[in-house]
Each structure stands twice: as structure tokens, then as C-alpha cells.
Design a protein around this ligand. Structure first.
Ligand code: BEZ
Length: 235
């Protein structure tokens, strides 16, 4: 098989371009999303239980993603009428974990030709030849892929984690810091390691309070309010 069929975009690369039909009309990706963060994610199939639980959760959290200037775009290799019927069933019939009457307002791409799924490495034949895996691409306002996460068919995603990823990426950009394991807004952040004498001197003279565990591992405080207010400014 042609190698390009299973191409995988990588972190730091421009998001591959495509035009598609969605439940919210036609889109030109990522051009239509310039200036916003966007999560492009795939699910294996409409009318399946794990995917239904995911869509209800993601749709219920859409306003939290909007607050941090992040739009959502779903995709599966099903057709448009299947998408429409499934989303209508979710809204009209499914009550799950306190969520009901859930309207999925973000676009869901039809990709029966698998063109987009193949471009984004969402088809992984070891898992399935006919269904996309659960892929997540976090793309920044300049159209650059910043995070990629893949899950198998059987494993529903953690959407709090996806929100945490979007906030952590934006915090890293705005404050020139990195975020440690399990970081949440309000936790200490990592000050980049001093790579030159100038930076080391600047750091030693800085009035900012830092905690150093060793020469290569220093943290500082960054309040949740500061992180969130800075991020919300760009909405
Ligand atoms: C699901 O969403 O439940 C599912 C979809 C494809 C394969 C297995 C599970």
C-alpha cells in the first residue's frame, strides 16, 4: 500500500489541510480556525456506546473549551446522514450520568472516503481496518500541531485531561514556562533550565521566588487567576 495512505502528522508540523462536509456545513481546515485553538478528534463509529458517552461529555464541556479559545471538530468515517441521525438520537433519547438533552453544536466531519482519517494517521489497521481510532490533535491559532494523543477503540477519553492540555499549552506560550507532571492551574510551574551564563546570572539576580530541587530543576509560583486571566484575554 502507498506509504502516504498511512501518513502521520507530527507535533510541531503544520496541520494537514482539507475541505470537508460536516453537520454544521462545509469547512476548510485549518484555515477556518486561524486565531483559535482547535481540537480535531476522531471516533470509531456513530451509534456506538463509548463514542456516545464521549460526545455527550465533550458537548457538555464545550463552553469550558470556548472560554479558553478552543473549538472542537469531530470526525468519523461515517456519512453525514448517519452523523445527523446519531446526534439527534443523543439529544432526544439518551440520558447518561446526569447529562440529557445534549445538543452537539460543534461540527462532525463526514469522511466516508477516509481521506482525512488517512491524512491524520487516524486509520491504524492493527486496531481496525474500517474504523478510525480515537485520535486527538490539539492545534494552535497558527495552525501548528501542538499535541497528539491516540486511544484504542475500547478506551473512552478523559476530557478533563484534554482541557488541561489546552490550558497547559497556552500557559507555556504566555509565560515561557513548562508544566510538571499532573500540573493544574495554580500549581507551581517549571522555569526553563538556564542554558547560558547570561540566563543563569539573570536568574540568580531575579527577584522572582524560585524553588530549586537541583541546578536543572527549578519551579516558581504562578496563580491560577493569572494563568486563566491571561488565557481568557485572547478569547
Ligand atoms: C464504542 O464506541 O463503543 C466502540 C466503537 C468501536 C469499537 C468498539 C467500541
Amino acid at each position: 500500500m502507498d506509504q502516504n495512505v498511512y501518513s502521520m502528522p507530527r507535533i510541531g508540523e503544520a496541520a494537514p489541510e482539507f475541505k470537508a462536509i460536516t453537520t454544521q456545513g462545509n469547512i476548510n481546515f485549518p484555515g477556518d480556525y486561524k486565531g483559535s485553538w482547535v481540537i480535531l478528534f476522531s471516533h470509531p463509529a456513530d451509534f456506538t456506546p463509548v463514542c456516545t458517552s464521549e460526545f455527550m461529555t465533550f458537548a457538555s464541556m464545550e463552553s469550558q473549551f470556548e472560554e479558553v479559545n478552543c473549538k472542537l471538530v469531530g470526525l468519523s468515517v461515517d456519512g453525514l446522514y448517519s452523523h445527523i441521525a446519531w446526534l439527534r438520537t443523543i439529544k432526544e433519547k439518551i440520558e447518561y450520568k446526569g447529562m440529557k438533552d445534549v445538543e452537539v453544536k460543534f461540527p462532525l466531519i463526514e469522511d466516508i472516503t477516509m481521506e482525512v482519517a488517512n491524512k491524520y494517521g487516524m486509520m491504524q489497521p492493527g486496531e481496525s481496518n474500517t474504523k478510525a481510532v480515537r485520535a486527538v490533535f490539539v492545534i494552535d491559532p497558527k495552525g501548528i500541531i501542538r499535541t497528539i494523543i491516540y486511544y484504542p477503540l475500547s478506551l473512552g477519553r478523559n476530557f478533563d485531561e484534554l482541557l488541561r492540555v489546552v490550558i497547559a499549552l497556552q500557559a507555556a506560550d504566555k509565560f515561557s514556562i513548562a508544566t510538571p507532571a499532573d500540573w493544574r492551574p495554580g500549581d507551581d510551574v517549571i522555569v526553563p533550565t538556564a542554558g547560558s551564563c547570561g540566563v543563569a546570572k539573570e536568574r540568580m539576580e531575579s527577584k522572582e521566588e524560585m524553588k530549586c530541587y537541583d541546578w536543572f530543576f527549578c519551579t516558581k509560583k504562578l496563580s491560577a487567576e493569572k494563568v486563566m486571566s491571561e488565557i481568557k484575554k485572547s478569547v
